[in-house]
Design a protein. Sequence first.
Length: 737
Amino acid sequence: MNLASVVASLTNHSWLTVPEELIQYKEKLSLSKKESRSLLNAARGAIDEGIHLEAENNLYAGLLLGETRFLEELQKSGILRLSRMSYVAEPLTSVVSSLLSPQLGLSGVVTNYLRSVASLHEVARSVRSEYEELRQWLAEEREHGIRGVLGTLDYLFLKRIFEQCPSDPSGSSRDAWFFSAEHLGEGFSTILAMYYEEFGALRGNVPIDGESAANGDYYEFLVSGTHLAHFREWELLIDRFGYRMVKQSDSTTYSLQPPSFEQHRAMELGYLQDFIERCAKHHEWHDAEAPSFIELGKEIEDKVVTFVDKPFPRYRCEFPEPLLDWIVQVDGFSREEQKTVKWACRAMSVSVEELFGFNLGNGVTIEDLFRVSRIVTFMLGVSANVLREESEKRLVVVFNSLVPALPRETLTRLIGRVVGETKAEAVIELLSVGQSKHIDICYTPLLPAGDCVLLPVHVFALSNIYRNSLITTQQRLFDDGTRDPLSEEVARCFSAAHANVYPHVEYSWNGEVGEIDVLATFDDIVFVCECKNSLLPTGVHELRTSLDHIETAAGQLARFMSCCRDSRFREWLSSRVGKSITEHTRIIPAIIVSNRMFLGSRIERFPVRGNHELAHFLDSGKYRMVDQEVCMWQGESLTSEDIRRFFEEDVTYRPFWGAMEPVVSRFEFGDCVVELTRLRLNMIALADRLGLTLARDDLLQMARSSGIKVDDQGHLMYSTMFTQLMMQQANRLLAGQ
């Protein structure tokens, strides 16, 4: 029996009308991979053609007879996502509604997924309104609109330099500081993608409407673009992470809910710990004696910055080429560069030489991008002070001065002077937004406009050019396997803790062929580590890639642990490591990640841990806040039991979990609201959980002196701004260094 014979036996042209005809085969037929793919492709084609019946039939057959496999393929394909249909409801809405009939015999898992999709489709009606308003506005404004939203975005990045304005997601998406500058960058990128789809490339440079920009008229369009970007992320969260969209009782409010609190907590914790370490490392990597481009800019601004009245009042920067040559050739790093370069090296577990020497293609290295970034950062340093002062008097002039438009020839000559003439065009191409590329202004911050290229200086300077260039070119350092920096680092950590370490243990047993990245023996315990080296994700798409890598690692560990149940394999492994391994030997498997994603979670029962947290725990086990510290070891020296507790009892994560508090974000559309619960870290509660009473009292005093209301138990009404201010001003938690 196969799918073709089953279909031939059906008597009604609508398989949903007489579902019992198909239901009778549910236990008799298991769809092959080819049959599942055939049904999926047929459904996709029918949806694209607007043929309801054919789409319903193929999806129903796949979900009933192929259930798990077909559902996974359906979710990966994104067929039911309205964003790919420009948020037009039909035929998708009707198809999903038909599949929700209780007579169809679909499983609870499938039905729950379809309910979430149906709820998201209801939200999409309001999203469609914002989409159409943006389309109409773009049709009217064209390049002027793009210039306005890009100037507004660049201004928000400028404000971030001096005011350190963090986002506060605890209110409404219509509030001024609800979105971060990076999120608004995604909003601009969404608008630009819409422009490309409707009108093609920008035809040329046009002046910004400074008055409208100063009045904040373009900000609402940035918010609409950001709403669309978040909606696409919600689709992915439902399809690929198991989230649910649930309609509340008032029928206009929807709640996007994670599949479990544990997964939600693991997804948030990685970003929180990454931010904490950045704050801690800020002081360590901040060399006061190093030159600062912003300070240098103050000294020379009167020589390179001039005010012009025509054709509109603005500031213009002119940099003599000898000055640019000198800037490029300065040895060492500026204060602004120290943090970004050192952080990139730490995140990738490589040296500066290894990072800078990496070839991105066409002969362009990361060092070439560093040189270009240095010039842009220098431009920022020169102009930022002037624009900051001017913003308090003539904001229109500030907007007129943002986002210089450089003739293509001028930009080519400038970059050629920095990286060499032969590389100039390749560098410009790599850093330029293009219709054939994934559009993200923070990844590719040069925007071609006819014969000119728009340069949002502050967006460019504050973007992570090293990480983004690797994402853009879809490359990884040492992708050829010549080195595995993460495994090497994990091996060094265990070795420094006086464990016996065996890197890259290859095995072949009963048809299972694999390799364990790091195996370490410490006293009577064997630790088995599978390492996954990924960059910190900035969105749900990249986060899904991280989870895919972790799930791959879980599969590798599962196969190894299955082999370990065989006494003959244990004998072989004993000879390999020079230690007796029996059925009574404690073997502790773990997944080690470089980007801190899903920390504290368990994927197929295997704990996920960060390499920096592991290194710090093995080295000292100490957590420090302000001037107080606590050691997570049970005694004065590290034992195998301490390491076991690190992996199996979450001893370093439990204090964080107890200090993570929910905050509700409200995304407000025309006639509905979507609520998301996010988690943020209460540093006072964290000090409590760690038993650091002196640090807790210091943080409480800081809160009170900042005018924050605090009750007798140390609970406070605090904003994200205050939380981040505490992180930046104290000497903070130095865990996981």
